[in-house]
Design a protein. Structure first.
Lengths: 433, 195
């Protein structure tokens, strides 16, 4: 399959083909008062009419006064291109009735309807016009990607070509066919998810591969992409789990793990759409600190609908999102496509220090000489250990147990104040799942 | 209908409402016609939008702009000519739209404006004919030949692209001239607004 085929007009001017009306008759041109010849209602004609040229090529054109115009002469005629007068040294008289023009190293057309080359009489009146199409043939489209929302439709998008701008209107057509039989079909709903996209809404087969490709065509030629082969089932994606807003919904739930300052529990419900199909889903969680842009991703969530995040900073607001991947459709182990991330849910870890008046769990009233809240806590912890520890080994587990006991017994203010930035009560209640 | 009368004609309320409505429509379409012309010249490229651009004035068989003697005609005759022009314009605007769909396929706003203009001209023409009928005047006089649209279509296809652009400019200009003329003629019927 050739990467690109140049059109019939490469270096020389070419008149593009145009459909003829079945009612065409040269006589009808007379109702417009138009002299036959194709330059419109003027007393001259430009040749060539509406040529198509490659960028950088040259053009030789002529403006010929009609012989039936008495006293008409090409003396004093001049050219304009897109409204700008061309230097006189670019044109010369071929004969008394014809003015010639030579343009070199043409730039790409300024508008898709063609550059306006006009021949003027000495008084500035318009005698004739011709539209130039200067551009490049299309490059091979590439990077085709497709997905299905419901196993019945298919949306594809592509990249038009490394060169990008062709300066000519380029038509892109998405084609598809069943791999081993069937005829070529053409997608009809374009620009559904961007300028280079198309949507096939129905009548797609499953469990059998399709061949998909894109054809690009303009006045200077055409190009065809490589063929993408896929089974619609392999590119199914699902919408995100029900959205999470600043009012926490019942579905994605983030809560504290008792009094543990470095952990949060995340729970969610499997999207309802997944229940209709015999496949499993795997999940991914990501979270970040409130004022950070760096997300951390938890990959190995598998098929469960809860997870505990550990190693977090105490007293810190976190944003959490969940997404799912419907792998294993009808027994296949092939991964599907990750859904969008759910809307973020915010939660904060308990604070490890108790600043401010009345907030102190660990700061005794009337205070001993203060040497820092952490050291005071540790001192109290060691005192507690002497009473309760039957194991001399100090461990974080023991420390956690003590902290949880402290918080439960003193009913800390953080649990009562709420944890969301809006100041509303948070979802952090009770132990994690 | 005597445009020379010194006092406004007294109309039935529903006819008065219809005249006001039609006049308002014509006024609105005058603005839309200006926007259409601006959009059209922009998409054709310079020199179409440049001041002083003056291509040869084309005459479409059966439809031209309002003649200089238009204002001297009786009001009923003026409205008949307005209705006849508005009846011919949709076909011409459709022909321009089809050609522009080939020349400017990536200009949906222009194509939509041309489609809207055809529909709006048709609606205004029908409304003017309704007013004429209610006033007891026949809507159709010697109107434009139906071949005007066919002639434009075939000439559009056979002529060069520059000429097609000029033809389209001419049609858009005619549309503006006739809706503006219709608005002026109807204003003489609006109670309280007799010139």
């Amino acid at each position: 399959m050739p990467a690109g085929r140049p059109g019939p007009a490469a270096q020389s001017a070419r008149r593009p083909p145009r459909p003829l009306s079945s009612l065409w008759s040269p006589l009808l041109l007379c109702v417009l008062g138009v002299p036959r010849g194709g330059s419109g209602a003027h007393t001259a004609v430009i040749s060539p009419q509406d040529p198509t040229l490659l960028i950088g090529s040259s053009l030789q054109a002529t403006c010929s006064i009609h012989g039936d115009t008495p006293g008409a002469t090409a003396e004093g005629l001049y050219w304009t291109l897109n409204g700008r007068r061309l230097p006189s040294e670019l044109s010369h008289l071929l004969n008394t009735s014809t003015l010639a023009l030579a343009l070199a190293n043409l730039n790409g057309s300024r508008q898709q309807s063609g550059d306006n080359l006009v021949c003027h009489a000495q008084d500035g009146s318009i005698l004739a016009g011709s539209c130039l199409y200067v551009g490049l043939p299309p490059e091979k489209p590439f990077n085709i990607s497709c997905w299905s929302r419901n196993m019945k439709d298919l949306t594809c998008r592509w990249t038009p070509g490394t060169r990008g701008e062709t300066f000519l209107h380029t038509n892109y057509s998405l084609k598809y066919k069943l791999r081993w039989y069937g005829q070529d079909n053409t997608c009809e709903e374009y620009h559904t998810v961007g300028p280079h996209s198309c949507h096939i809404p129905k009548d797609l087969a499953l469990f059998t591969p399709y061949e998909i490709w894109v054809e690009a065509t303009n006045r200077l030629g055409s190009a065809r992409s490589d063929v993408l082969t896929l089974d619609v089932l392999d590119v199914v994606t699902r919408p995100a789990p029900p959205p999470v807003t600043t009012d926490p919904p019942p579905d994605v739930h983030v809560s504290r793990v008792g009094g543990l300052e470095d952990q949060l529990s995340v729970r969610w419900v499997s999207p309802p759409a997944l229940k209709d199909f015999l496949f499993q889903a795997k999940y991914q969680i990501r979270y970040r600190v409130e004022d950070s842009v760096d997300w951390k991703v938890v990959d190995d969530v598998s098929n469960q609908t809860s997870c505990r995040l550990a190693g977090l900073k105490p007293g810190t607001v976190y944003f959490v999102q969940v997404r799912c991947n419907p792998f294993g459709i009808y027994g296949s182990k092939k991964a599907g496509i990750w859904s969008e991330w759910s809307h973020p849910t915010a939660a904060s870890t308990p604070r490890s220090e108790r600043p401010g008046p009345g907030g102190g769990v660990c700061e005794p009233r009337g205070g001993e000489p203060s040497s820092g809240p952490v050291r005071r806590e540790l001192k109290q912890f060691l005192g507690w250990l002497k009473k309760h520890a039957y194991c001399s080994n100090l461990s974080f587990r023991l420390y956690d147990q003590w902290r949880a006991w402290m918080q439960k017994s003193h009913k800390t203010r953080n649990q009562d104040e709420g944890i969301l930035p809006s100041g509303r009560r948070g979802t952090a209640r009770g132990p994690a799942g | 209908m005597d445009p020379q009368a010194d006092s406004p004609v007294s109309f039935l309320p529903h006819l008065e409402a219809k005249i006001r409505q039609t006049h308002n429509l014509a006024r609105l379409l005058t603005k839309y016609a200006e926007q259409l012309l601006e959009e059209y010249v922009q998409q054709q490229g310079d020199p179409f939008g440049l001041p002083g651009f003056s291509p040869p004035r084309l005459s479409l068989a059966g439809l031209s702009g309002p003649s200089p003697s238009h204002m001297g005609l009786p009001l009923s005759e003026r409205l008949r000519q307005d209705a006849a022009a508005l009846d011919a314009l949709p076909g011409l605007l459709d022909a321009v739209r089809r050609r522009q769909a080939e020349l400017n396929p990536s200009s949906p706003r222009l194509l939509r404006n041309l489609e809207d203009a055809a529909r709006q001209a048709r609606a205004l023409g029908v409304a003017v004919e309704t007013v004429l009928a209610a006033l007891g005047s026949a809507a159709r006089g010697p109107g434009p030949e139906p071949a005007a649209t066919t002639a434009l279509s075939t000439a559009n296809n056979a002529a060069g692209i520059f000429s097609a652009k000029v033809l389209g400019l001419h049609v858009c200009g005619l549309y503006g001239e006739w809706v503006n003329r219709t608005e002026g003629d109807l204003s003489q019927l609006v109670p309280g607004d007799v010139a």
